[in-house]
Design a protein around this ligand. Sequence first.
Ligand SMILES: Nc1ncnc2c1ncn2[C@@H]1O[C@H](COP(=O)(O)OP(=O)(O)OP(=O)(O)O)[C@@H](O)[C@H]1O
Ligand SMILES: [Mg+2]
Length: 180
Amino acid sequence: MGTIAANDVSGTVEPRPGIAVHCRELTKTYGAGAAKVAALRGTDLDVRLGELLMVAGPSGCGKTTLISIIAAILEPDSGVCEVLGHDLRHLNPSERAHVRGVTLGFVFQLFNLLPALTAIENVAVPLQINGVSRKHAEARARDVLEAVGLSSAGVRSRRSSAVASSNALRSPERWCTTRS
Ligand SMILES: Nc1ncnc2c1ncn2[C@@H]1O[C@H](COP(=O)(O)OP(=O)(O)OP(=O)(O)O)[C@@H](O)[C@H]1O
Ligand SMILES: [Mg+2]
């Protein structure tokens, strides 16, 4: 996780020293009536800066729901979630997108690549969204693809879907995107 300037977005809260993510009493329910599912029922979580953490549990226990709330993709029904000093409850949709865009990186299980783009272009997209020029974003993308042994795939104009599927078959963990 990176850092963002405190005045970039609203919802700034008193910093919690050494804490990157602070969640208290999170609840989230899907559906209604007989189809109602309580995915989170008062979840607390603190993640320290620099901590490597694995969330484990049986299918349906609420892992994706919890991570989606921390990533500002999903809003909880109640509870507090602060990410790098920003209380997500107080952010509007564009501020939530900004926090997500500059502080979080995702490695998706199903890749979620843009199939029309090359590998380099896919890796460069988040940087360009954050204002980095195409030239610099693609240079950085080239560097990180090289670092994970995918430089030849990225430099050639092969479409990313072909790269991803061929690498997925051999080594799914090697295909990832990186934020600077
Ligand atoms: N959009 C939704 N609508 C209705 N119910 C949902 C929705 N998303 C998740 N659920 C339900 O909420 C519960 C928690 O789901 P969630 O996806 O967070 O679990 P998970 O721990 O990530 O599961 P898995 O290990 O299978 O990925 C499950 O019972 C699931 O069926
Ligand atoms: Mg899940």
